[in-house]
Design a protein around this ligand. Structure first.
Ligand code: AMP
Length: 290
């Protein structure tokens, strides 16, 4: 009798212990979403690390149920190889999301690409990463917009590591008058300063050590904040080349316009040092507010 009871109730027990709801279809998602009021949303492409988890700490302060998504967005990759080799670790991700008291994981399939409104990103998207990855931010905004319309969050948290992405999403949300508070969350680094990134798992241990040169370069620029010049920026670029990096850009920019700016000149916003560089085929980005 006891045996039969425990067998009958086993699925229920599992549901009680595993709080995270994992949802794949829009239909199921809408049913779940309708049971909640305001929620905070954290979109990701999975292969979660402490950088992602810090976004949950930021979201927890808002005291709303946290919904997350894992979707490797094909529209934001210009390089097919980069897309296919993007690291995946769903089982570990689910465990991490549970440890973060995440309420619901939306894990859509390619049907999310149906009936898409294609967003054309504004001209700021052509600077920095956009100038090396044409169409990248169109792809980002198109999927983020779709996820926002599905999730209907009141807050959404993004990492400042991807500063240009954060700014474009914030300004997109404002331009559409979406009732979503877009929150930037600080960059989390390894002990050697390297910004955490899913792509770091594609680096060898020597490359991981070498990759910290990006952060050291940003610090060097910050330490020279009072006498920045094109020569100093060139020096940083050359030194990264010598250390084996294929450099996309080393720039000091204004945090609002994203235009190059070597001194503050009483402009609105802050100066930000930003670097994108490749080690082999792995592209890394980082930035530091000056
Ligand atoms: P991704 O899975 O790479 O699309 O990243 C999902 C979110 O995590 C984005 O908002 C990223 O900016 C953020 N993120 C990624 N790495 C870090 C990091 N090291 N520190 C803070 N946020 C991060």
């Amino acid at each position: 009798m006891l045996m039969r009871l425990s067998q009958e109730y086993f699925p229920l027990l599992i549901i009680l212990f595993i709080k995270l709801k994992i949802i794949k279809t829009l239909e199921d998602f809408h049913k779940t979403r309708s049971a909640y009021g305001q929620i905070s949303f954290i979109p990701t492409m999975g292969n979660l690390h402490n950088g992602h988890l810090s976004l949950f700490n930021t979201a927890k302060k808002l005291n709303k149920p946290i919904f997350s998504s894992i979707y490797i967005n094909p529209l934001q990759f210009n390089n097919k190889n980069d897309f296919t080799k993007y690291p995946k670790s769903l089982d570990e991700d689910i465990q991490l999301l549970e440890s973060q008291d995440c309420e619901c994981l939306f894990f859509p399939d390619e049907s999310i690409l149906e009936n898409l409104e294609i967003i054309k990103a504004p001209s700021k998207a052509d600077l920095l990463c956009g100038s090396h990855r044409p169409g990248h931010f169109d792809g980002v905004l198109t999927i983020v917009n779709k996820l926002f319309s599905i999730m209907q969050p009141s807050d959404a948290v993004f990492g400042l590591k991807d500063y240009q992405q954060y700014l474009l999403i914030k300004e997109f949300s404002q331009s559409r008058k979406l009732p979503i508070n877009i929150i930037g969350s600080k960059t989390i680094r390894e002990n050697n300063g390297l910004a955490m990134s899913s792509r770091n798992t594609l680096l060898s241990s020597d490359e991981l050590q070498n990759a910290s040169e990006i952060y050291k370069s940003l610090l060097f620029i910050k330490n020279n904040a009072n006498n920045l010049s094109k020569d100093i920026i060139d020096e940083v670029r050359k030194s990264l080349y010598k250390k084996g990096f294929e450099v996309d850009y080393v720039s000091v920019i204004n945090s609002i316009t994203l235009q190059e700016s070597l001194n503050h000149n009483n402009e609105e916003g802050y100066l930000v040092a930003a670097i994108a560089a490749n080690i082999g085929s792995v592209r890394l980005i980082d930035n530091l507010f000056i």
